[in-house]
Design a protein around this ligand. Structure first.
Ligand SMILES: [Zn+2]
Length: 468
């Protein structure tokens, strides 16, 4: 069995064959740090974090690079509006980004390069593009000459005429062809700028990812990923730049995450329905947001609404409750072996296989969640019907949910707790009282324990407890 990835470049699912296994080099285009991220961005970072974790689960050594775009028009405009420097703006929103995705349980990338820390690498790349005949200078700006690269449009799968129809020339731009894109921009009054062979200026947006990925990984990346909105022009341009300078592909596999809509509408500033992660986290549990996001395939559009978050929450809490029951059942487990154990053991084994099959198939988290729920149902049946429980089987089930949670991170699975002797003694006294039909004493002990945060649940097989 092998991991299969839907490669946007070939529009087909392909077996993952990294250049130097078990290493997988993985580059995700990061945020432009001029504002708080919205939940559509959040979805993308959660998805690729889960992809990264799953590849690690499958034995790969994943090296994840995710950049910060800390210089571009949006950065400059916003900094001017606020009367602060671009650097101050970047520092503020890099910190906000790290707080927000951290709260969403996205693990930090291994390398987090900033564009402004890589100006020499960017200049060097642009110089080589000029030398190789792929770029030209006009008026202090440098452009990529898309006419010099016949494969331009390969990722977008559109021919040059179609692409041309949508291309725009901004006022002041002097391009040979409207599809050409800027690599280096001449300094304008009041803008941050760096010295270059073409005069003072700053990089265009697309060039940084080609420059930084090559700087950190001197070979084609195994996986390059981002939101579907980056396919054109950003990723198309990255491919052209890297080919022009290095004469090799930028990446082997291209992954793109689908759009997120708010109540069936596109999220946009003009509709006023942009939901920042920061605001959503004031009302919602991050686990519930993750659950909703992972319940759809990553390439599909995802609809987002408060109602759907609430539904996700109730589904997720059923899983959480099963795990809590598993944890407390361990307290009374023994080494029973019978038909019920045989059934559950087989279901556990099947679930492990089916989970990997779903995730190997282009990271189908929706199907994988289905597998986890099916198994939870079987475990609940076992906990209700089999008693005493088989300790080794409960531990194996718990270990499995821990492994899965290490990839999806939807649940709180703390170490099995044991009761202190005094509380265990109280539960035993209450069981005895109940057996003697002394319900007044039993209720009194229940209330005492409740005050100490222990909730008791009476089952046909005795008393289960959980912490409040
Ligand atoms: Zn990029």
């Amino acid at each position: 069995m092998a991991v299969k990835i839907y490669n946007t470049l070939t529009r087909s699912k392909e077996e993952l064959k990294p250049g130097a296994p078990p290493l997988v080099t993985f580059y995700v285009c990061g945020p432009t740090v001029y504002d708080y991220i919205h939940i559509g961005n959040g979805r993308i970072f959660i998805i690729f974090d889960v992809v990264r974790r799953y590849l690690a689960y499958r034995g790969y050594e994943v090296k994840l690079i995710q950049n910060y775009t800390d210089i571009d028009d949006k950065m400059i405009n916003r900094a001017n509006e606020e009367g602060i420097t671009v650097k101050e703006l970047a520092d503020r929103f890099i910190q906000a980004y790290e707080e927000d995705v951290g709260a969403l349980r996205v693990r930090p990338a291994d390398i987090k390069p900033k564009a402004t820390d890589h100006i020499p690498q960017i200049i060097n790349l642009v110089e080589r593009l000029i030398e190789n005949g792929y770029a030209y200078k006009t008026n202090g700006d440098v452009y990529f000459d898309t006419g010099s690269y016949p494969q331009y449009g390969q990722l977008t799968r559109q021919n040059r005429d179609d692409l041309l129809a949508g291309a725009r020339v901004e006022p002041g731009e002097k391009k040979k062809n409207p599809l050409d894109f800027v690599l280096w921009k001449q300094k304008k009054e009041g803008e941050p700028a760096w010295d270059s062979p073409w005069g003072e200026g700053r990089p265009g947006w697309h060039i940084e990812c080609s420059a930084m990925s090559t700087y950190y990984i001197d070979d084609a990346l195994d996986i390059h990923a981002g939101g579907a909105d980056l396919i054109f022009p950003h990723h198309e341009n990255e491919i052209a730049q890297t080919w022009g300078a290095e004469k090799r592909p930028l990446a082997r596999y291209w992954m793109h995450a689908g759009y997120l809509n708010i109540e069936e509408q596109k999220m946009s500033k003009s509709l006023g329905n942009v939901l920042t992660v920061r605001n959503l986290l004031k009302e919602h549990d991050p686990f519930d947001l993750r659950f909703l996001i992972l319940s759809a395939h990553y390439r599909s559009p995802l609809n987002f609404s408060d109602e759907l978050v609430a539904q996700s929450r109730s589904g997720r809490l059923r899983l959480q409750e099963m795990v809590n029951n598993l944890l407390s059942a361990l307290d009374s487990a023994a080494d029973t072996e019978g038909e019920k154990e045989k059934v559950l053991r087989k279901e556990l084994k099947d679930a492990k296989t089916r989970f990997v099959e779903a995730m190997d198939d282009d990271f189908n988290t929706a199907d994988a969640l289905g597998v986890i729920f099916d198994l939870a149902r079987s475990i609940n049946i076992y906990l209700n019907e089999a008693y005493p429980y088989n300790r080794e089987l409960l531990e194996e089930a718990l270990r499995y949910y821990r492994d899965v949670n290490d990839i999806f991170e939807l649940l709180d699975i703390s170490e099995p707790e044991s009761l202190d002797d005094e509380i265990a003694d109280k539960i035993a006294r209450r069981d005895k009282a109940r057996a003697e039909k002394d319900f007044a004493t039993a209720d009194q002990i229940r209330d005492e324990l409740l005050e100490r945060g222990i909730i008791l649940e009476d089952t046909p097989h005795g008393t289960r407890w959980k912490k409040k």
